[in-house]
Design a protein around this ligand. Structure first.
Ligand code: 13P
Ligand code: SF4
Length: 321
């Protein structure tokens, strides 16, 4: 048996489900039972009948699954897989920010630790952030963190003036406007798909802004093999994709006739590199996944009190999505 067959056999024997984010290595996405964005991963975790959830993503995703399923075993193949965005706001930082703004409510992006979620009123993902913020009382001031790019995008779209934490994702921060404009010149007919974790200077050139799932859905619904949504909407054959390049695997599988062009990241003023990959997401490998299932480690443990406080804003999010 090859390693993929061995992984699948272990899943069957142990009633385990493998969940993977779209930024995972292609071979991890292919072996998974479910591939999705941050919201879908949380929704599926909340409903699964499996005894074991193996989260192929980064630590906060596995932690969110554990908070939603306290009685299940939640495993992560690479426990060291963190997130620069989640790390940009510690619980002690948020506690101090809250203390300085006692009349504000706290909206936190899902890319946060359990301890940060425990201090939060409502969690959002890039799929539902706009929808949820629009439902919050207009006269209520909001602290939004940690992603200032997503927060700025929501402020521009809703007209709200949320106070933003100064955090960001190092992968999305590396995309440059000059690099994107050069690609647009090279591919003048391509539509630009961008994730809201990108800077405003990137988002201003995007035709579509959304979560990984939303970008994928747009490409699928506008591919020539699908009937266009309405007569006025044409199908597109080229996309410039401004997010972590792992999403191109599913895009290419779903729309084989379409050309997806990844935007290279810029390290400094002189060096262009292909580092549009999140090194944390790429820490999960087939070998680590196999070991993780076989040894049932590393298991995610969340402190009981933190989990009890953190589940409330996550459940609020699921209800408001
Ligand atoms: P989504 O898949 O929810 O768009 O999230 C992107 C991300 O940065 C995950 O770390
Ligand atoms: Fe975190 Fe950015 Fe990696 Fe997503 S892509 S896990 S936000 S560092």
């Amino acid at each position: 048996m090859n390693i993929v067959e061995q992984i699948r056999q272990l899943c069957q024997e142990k009633n385990a489900i493998i969940m993977a984010h779209y930024y995972q290595r292609p071979e991890i996405q292919d072996v998974a039972d479910f591939v999705g964005d941050s919201l879908a991963l949380a929704q599926v975790a909340a409903k699964t009948n499996a005894d074991i959830i193996v989260m192929c993503g980064v630590h906060f995703m596995a932690e969110t699954a554990k908070i939603l399923c306290p009685n299940k075993k939640v495993l992560i193949p690479a426990p060291e897989a963190g997130c620069s965005l989640a790390d940009s706001c510690k619980a002690t930082d948020l506690a101090a920010w809250k203390a300085a703004h006692p009349d504000h409510m706290v909206v936190s992006y899902v890319n946060t630790s359990a301890a940060v979620k425990a201090l939060t009123d409502v969690v959002v993902t890039s799929s539902n952030a706009l929808k949820i913020v629009k439902q919050l009382p207009e006269d209520k001031p909001i602290l939004f963190g940690p992603d200032q790019n997503l927060g700025g995008y929501i402020n521009r779209m809703t007209g709200r003036k949320m106070d933003l934490w100064n955090g960001g994702c190092h992968v999305h921060a590396r995309f440059s406007e000059e690099g994107l404009l050069a690609l647009k010149e090279q591919y003048p007919n391509a539509k630009v798909l961008a994730h809201p974790e990108c800077k405003a200077s990137i988002l201003q050139h995007a035709d579509v802004i959304g979560s990984t799932q939303a970008l994928l859905n747009y490409a699928i619904s506008h591919s020539s093999s699908e009937r266009p949504i309405s007569n006025s909407e044409a199908s597109h054959s080229q996309y410039i994709v401004v997010t972590e390049s792992g999403i191109l695997h599913e895009m290419q599988k779903a729309c084989p006739e379409v050309e997806f062009i990844a935007v290279p990241a810029v390290m400094d003023d002189l060096t262009i590199c292909q580092c549009n990959e999140c090194e944390y997401m790429r820490m999960n490998t087939l070998e680590k996944l196999y070991d993780c299932l076989r040894k049932e480690s590393d298991e995610i443990i969340v402190n009981n009190k933190v989990a009890q406080d953190a589940i409330k804003p996550i459940q609020r999010m699921l209800e408001m999505s």
